[in-house]
Design a protein around this ligand. Structure first.
Ligand code: GLU
Length: 552
């Protein structure tokens, strides 16, 4: 009996030949050098920052080469699937501006000529190729039970042998088609394995786009290609999909590097051209001096939702990830402060080969620069969008005082050293609360910050005197001269040298008086320019603040 009967018994409903699909998905017609990449997540629901890192790389490498970036959903492990996860993935990609040219657009819809781009909807394709391999004697049904495999593993471990289903240990490998058929007809459960042609003694030389030149022994494992549920394993689906979808560059986490020998072999056995591979470093974090993987359980920053909640602009996250991808991004950004990040050319061979370190402090730093570069109008829009969802009170206050809010966001923005007050939108409240009477009134007494060495009695004396002299309608220089005059009158000095020499002759410096006014107006000692704050508040509010302070 030939393998054909066996193949037809296993796949009675599969009537096409591989050639049908090879023709259905023709080679892509792209300019020289154009890369085709894919982001291929499993729909488990949790949007990990590592996924954005991967998708960003895929998108950049494709787009900057004039190629195609597509989204493929790898849902062959149906136990792990979470409803709604595909939409969440798509939303995340949109949110980060990682728009794909092809791929799933919903659970059952897609765009592009190479679909469906969801593996569970491609079962016929995988089965067609598996059936063909069985016909050629290159794949076979395996009837070993989980217990058989466990016993094998134990024996191999005890004998200090490589574990797995291979060579002499692959007991179903050499079953005749008749014997296999008999067991199938008897109702035994089975899966399909590749009959590996590999020789572990031989080495494969390989060039990885990130890791550089590497070599490894040929795979001799008879890996599972079709599971008992009829769906393929990652290995088999990867080879078939990336071949038929015309992927030129597989960019994926380095955890897949150890499976590369299997994939190299599968491409060969299936007769496909092999894509290039880039195995990217795992995102790590420093924890008490040692590095570890960013963990879903321990690190809130591993979840994309975290960035939404605390309000990092998506562009900040992207720019930070670009820093991790190529450390030269930072310098490029300094030299090109106003250029869109898409102009930066990502280079796979300049990626760190070991761990990529995720550092939230550095992210905050990058983000401060990003927000600092935004126009006040944009800061306002981003902020109210965020606040609408995450800080309703601020949303109401800021959006109903739009003109004032825009002035606030514009403070010290256009000068040579623009302020870098905000890393994330949740920082805004504490930095601008004092503009709003409602929030100012709720500020706790203990939160009020005074200039150094100044007590409440002296502070009130200053405010009382200053309130009398205060003139709203003046320019900044006159305002300061007037403030200085009050200060000197009260026994303070503008002469630093004189103060240093004989501090006992003075109550302090003019800056202490200014600081005191700042305290009365804002309750904080570190704020943007005081004159500007007072101008934005308007005379009435400023005078009201003086009165409130005096009645504390
Ligand atoms: N579905 C795989 C994963 O989520 C994708 C790996 C790949 O990009 O090939 O790890």
């Amino acid at each position: 009996m030939s393998y054909d009967v066996l193949a037809n018994t296993i796949f009675p409903d599969i009537n096409r030949e591989p050639q049908y699909f090879i023709e259905k998905y023709p080679k892509r017609n792209l300019p020289e050098g154009a890369k085709v990449t894919r982001y291929a997540p499993s729909p488990t629901g949790f949007q990990h920052i590592g996924g954005v890192f991967s998708a960003l790389l895929d998108e950049r490498i494709a787009t900057q080469s004039g190629g195609v970036f597509y989204l493929r959903i790898e849902d062959t492990d149906q136990k792990r699937e979470v409803p709604g996860a595909i939409d969440e993935t798509i939303n995340t990609m949109h949110m980060f501006g990682l728009d794909f040219t092809e791929g799933m657009t919903g659970d059952n819809t897609f765009k592009g000529e190479y679909g469906p781009y969801r593996q569970s909807q491609r079962a016929e394709i995988y089965k067609t190729f598996a059936k063909d391999l069985i016909k050629k004697g290159l794949a076979y049904p395996c009837f070993c039970t989980p217990e058989d495999l466990e016993a094998l593993r134990e024996k191999q471990t005890a004998d200090k042998l490589t574990t797995g289903y291979y060579g002499e240990f692959a007991s179903c490998r050499n079953l005749s088609p008749e014997a296999a058929l008999e067991r199938i007809n008897a109702g035994e459960k089975y899966i399909i394995r590749l009959k590996s042609p590999g020789n572990f003694e031989k080495r494969v030389e390989f060039h990885d786009l990130v890791k550089g030149d590497i070599s490894f022994p040929e795979s001799n494992q008879d890996i599972v290609i079709i599971k008992s549920d009829g769906l393929p394993t990652y290995h088999f689906a990867h080879a078939i999909d990336d071949a038929l979808m015309g992927t030129t560059t597989v960019i994926r986490g380095e955890e897949w590097l150890s499976s590369l020998p299997i994939h190299v072999q599968l491409f060969e056995v299936l007769g496909f051209d092999r894509p290039e591979y880039a195995h990217t470093p795992t995102i790590m974090k420093l924890d008490g001096g040692s590095k570890r993987k960013l963990s879903k359980r321990k690190d809130p920053e591993s979840a994309v939702s975290y960035y939404n909640e605390v309000g990092y602009p998506m562009i900040s996250v992207i720019e930070y990830l670009l820093n991790i991808i190529n450390s030269s991004f930072e310098e490029w950004r300094e030299e090109n402060p106003t250029v869109d990040y898409h102009e930066f050319k990502v280079a796979l061979d300049k990626m760190s080969k070991s761990g990529a370190l995720f550092d939230i402090v550095k992210l905050a730093d990058v983000s401060k620069n990003v927000i600092c570069r935004l126009k006040a109008e944009d800061v306002y829009n981003y902020y109210i969008n965020w606040a609408k969802e995450y800080d309703k009170e601020m949303y109401e206050l800021v959006s109903s005082n739009e003109a004032m809010a825009k002035e606030i966001f514009n403070i010290d923005k256009e000068g040579p050293k623009p302020r870098k007050d905000f890393a994330k939108w949740s920082d805004v409240r504490e930095k601008i609360f004092f503009f709003f009477d409602e929030l100012f009134a709720c500020d706790e007494m203990e939160a009020i910050e005074f200039p150094k060495n100044m007590d409440m009695a002296e502070a009130k004396r200053i405010i009382e005197a200053y309130a009398k002299a205060y003139n709203f309608n003046t320019d900044k220089d006159t305002w300061f001269e007037e403030l200085k005059a009050v200060a000197i009158e009260l026994g303070y000095t503008a002469d630093r040298k004189a103060f240093k020499k004989n501090p006992e002759e003075f109550k302090g410096m003019v800056s202490d008086v200014a600081g005191c006014i700042r305290t009365a107006i804002t309750h904080r000692s570190n704020t943007p320019d005081l004159y500007t704050i007072m101008q934005i508040m308007g005379e009435e509010k400023v005078r009201d603040r003086f009165n409130k302070f005096l009645s504390l």
